[in-house]
Design a protein around this ligand. Structure first.
Ligand SMILES: NC(=O)c1ccc[n+]([C@@H]2O[C@H](COP(=O)([O-])OP(=O)(O)OC[C@H]3O[C@@H](n4cnc5c(N)ncnc54)[C@H](O)[C@@H]3O)[C@@H](O)[C@H]2O)c1
Length: 388
């Protein structure tokens, strides 16, 4: 694969992600073909992109919004991808829809066109299997909003030609992104390692150990995270967050470490999706005052350390199972979800023995596999070996 600035980039799906990725590619100098099978969505994307680029111009960050807009063509027929050198798919998170699109696109484009999916949780290997030449398929997982979030997870399927990876990495760097390589496993890096930030927080709340405001306070004020788990879940939307948890849980053959929670399921069932619907864990109705946290430092520290121990364990286990390298794991969590520190570095600072002790204590208390420590954490705790 040789992708230059002259390569035309095709994007399938003009929703939140497709539109954002299209903006990134056009701002990096490429001509972009943006395709959607829904004309209203395509018109909407055109309006939003025009407004966004004009705003960026007003801020003085680009010279001409018009010049960048000229690089776009808005397509309502997939045949317009014929001259593309890279096509990135960002349609609805449905394996069958994605597979049939990949099979369709492969016939239209040239033999050396690279095909990528922005899926958050589906198997790239399975998507690639829909193609006659699966070696040219890979995952390029951008984060929302794509123009602002620096991280991109590059995911080779087991069929992907390994020679593609350096060029994919280089291309993402040219687009101003920070690429990391992740193994094709459920949730890749970020959506796997971050699961306890939500799951363990909800578990603490369900046990009645603390209320949501106190757990959010503990994680922001004591832990230094930008947002507490309940505020963040309300922000992401429970429909989105719950589906990712459920998909990861199912894909890991129902490993209890990733078990979704009924509290969040009920919110989805009620249509209480978070900020966007005005109600989630918190109420966003006008005039409603937010609940106040219990600022007890001892309680707050217990909450923070319990969630952090679970997060560290997840990162260590991902390293153990070769999901990503140490550096990519640290980069993914600090640049993809803005954690204040890499989890492996946090483990080093805390001491692997302290982390292990916390997990083992919970494991003995609850007798649940959810709290089992990674074999690597156990190894590392002997002599408190460092990861970073
Ligand atoms: N939203 C996020 O936070 C986020 C983050 C990272 C990755 N993703 C992934 O990116 C993908 C897209 O997510 P989104 O949030 O942009 O979705 P979205 O619903 O905003 O947009 C999807 C778009 O795809 C179009 N579409 C659906 N089926 C199509 C088809 N067969 N052919 C052409 N267009 C079709 C729809 O009309 C819609 O405009 C999903 O796989 C999602 O998992 C989402």
């Amino acid at each position: 694969m040789s992708i230059t600035q002259n390569t035309i980039i095709g994007i399938i799906g003009s929703g939140a992600m497709g539109m954002g990725i299209a903006q990134v590619a056009a701002m990096a100098g490429h001509e972009v073909v943006l395709y959607d099978n829904n004309t209203a969505a395509l018109d909407n994307a055109k309006k939003i992109l025009t407004r966004t680029l004009q705003k960026i111009q007003e801020k003085g960050k680009i010279i001409s919004a018009h010049e960048i807009l000229q690089r776009f063509s808005f397509a309502n027929n997939i045949v317009e991808f014929a001259n593309c050198g890279l096509v990135i798919e960002a349609v609805v998170e449905n394996l069958e829809v994605k597979k049939s699109l990949f099979a369709e696109v492969e016939i239209i484009v040239s033999n050396d066109c690279l095909l990528a999916s922005n899926t958050s949780s589906l198997s790239i290997t399975s998507i690639a299997a829909a193609c006659k030449n699966p070696a040219r398929v890979l995952g390029l997982h951008f984060f929302n909003p794509a123009p602002l979030m620096a991280l991109v997870e590059i995911i080779p399927a087991i069929q992907t030609d390994a020679d593609l990876l350096p060029s994919a990495k280089e291309l993402m760097q040219q687009w101003g992104k920070i690429p990391v390589i992740a193994k094709d496993t459920p949730g890749f890096i970020v959506n796997r390692v971050a699961r306890p930030f939500y799951g363990e927080a909800i578990r603490i709340y369900e046990e009645g150990f603390a209320d949501i405001a106190t757990i959010d306070w503990a994680m922001t004020e004591i832990g230094g995270f930008r947002m507490g788990p309940f505020t963040l879940m309300d922000y992401i939307g429970h429909d989105v967050n719950y589906v990712v948890t459920e998909t990861v849980f199912q894909s890991f053959y129902y490993d209890p470490r990733y078990k979704p929670s009924l509290s969040q399921k009920r919110l989805v069932e009620a249509g209480w999706l978070g900020r966007k619907s005005g109600m989630g864990f918190y109420s966003y109705a006008e005039g409603v005052t937010m609940p106040l946290p219990n600022k007890d430092i001892i309680l707050g520290t217990q909450i923070f350390e319990r969630i952090l121990a679970m997060l560290i364990n997840e990162a260590v286990d991902a390293l153990y199972l070769k999901v990503a390298s140490t550096i990519d794991l640290e980069t993914a969590m600090t640049r993809g979800v803005n954690y204040p520190k890499g989890l492996l570095q946090w483990c080093d600072e805390w001491g692997a023995d302290k982390c292990l002790e916390k997990l083992d204590k919970m494991y003995h208390e609850y007798h649940e596999d959810r709290y089992r420590a990674s074999a690597l954490l156990r190894k590392q705790s002997i002599g408190n070996k460092k990861f970073v």
